[in-house]
Design a protein around this ligand. Sequence first.
Ligand code: FAD
Length: 337
Amino acid sequence: MKIERDFPLKKLNSFGLNVKAKCFVELTSIEEAQTFIKSGKTEDRSLVLGGGSNLLFTRDFNGLIIKVNIGGIYVVKEDADYYWVKSGAGVVWHELVESCIKANFGGLENLSLIPGTVGAAPIQNIGAYGVEIKDSFEALEALNLETGEKKYFNNRDCCFGYRDSIFKNELRDKYLITNVLFKLTKNPIIKTHYGRISEMLEKAEIAEPTIRDVSEAIIKIRRSKLPDPDKFGNAGSFFKNPVVPIEQFNFIQKSFSDVPSFPQPEDRVKIPAAWLIEKCNLKGKIHKGAAVHTKQPLVLINHKNAKGTDILDLSKKIQQNVKNKFGIALESEVRII
Ligand SMILES: Cc1cc2nc3c(=O)[nH]c(=O)nc-3n(C[C@H](O)[C@H](O)[C@H](O)COP(=O)(O)OP(=O)(O)OC[C@H]3O[C@@H](n4cnc5c(N)ncnc54)[C@H](O)[C@@H]3O)c2cc1C
């Protein structure tokens, strides 16, 4: 394993930002990762990198980037109802989804085409179309970034929440995830209730969809509404959908009768951040090299040679506007570095 200096990160972040890392190393096996950490070569400031699709670099990274490239997808166990599938952290997420669909292992199909790697998926409990990784997650293996010691985390240990886990909170930057174990069903439960999935399936005259049909419908929907990072750098949804107390929602509804809402436990309501941004007339708004996507205002794009600070400034403007108009503080889903 070779430590490189002043390493360009442009191709390793989905915003396509032209930044460098002071030091960079790529690790391709658990043994290599453990040896590297134990050698004490990690810097005070180290960042584990997957596909770079949930990060906004606002400047050069003055530390060590550890790129995880641990591969392999294996069925490790099965019983009458389930398969347990273990995947290396460096596997591209959609490649894992594809191989499960091919084998008719149910559970991950609604998470089709989410960019990034398997190792990063538990960090923010990736979710889409009514499903989250926590629904099929069994356990993960990780290395302590200070000692190299191996530790296993089960579903409960990860404290999964809406785009959240223990790895975004008290264990942030403390562990390098090496592989993830999923429990997938032999009797797939088809979930088409969310978004436009059932509409797409009806259009295609598919009455009894398979997990492949669901995945294909979702891929079509995602391609039609999300910008391709190869054309316009982006990191998907920039903000989380805010969850507010019911009293605050009722107050907003008095002035905006069309406000969409999704009831949550404990008298709380989720409001789509995209709707709030659109109501502030910010759809398509350009700030220097950054812009709010015209089709999906929750996505900020690298419109033209943006700097990370252009995107950050635009995100702050949006937060200020939404705060002024609705009294809601939007929280960033993307990690700002
Ligand atoms: C077009 C687009 C659409 C998207 N749609 C969705 C969506 O529908 N749902 C959704 O939830 N997300 C979505 N995202 C966000 C993103 O795809 C996910 O957050 C993804 O899990 C990030 O994976 P990554 O490998 O790129 O992680 P990175 O961006 O490289 O890293 C993200 C975080 O995870 C940490 N990390 C990465 N790998 C490891 C590891 N092996 N061990 C420990 N820590 C690690 C990093 O340090 C960082 O804190 C979208 C992004 C884009 C660009």
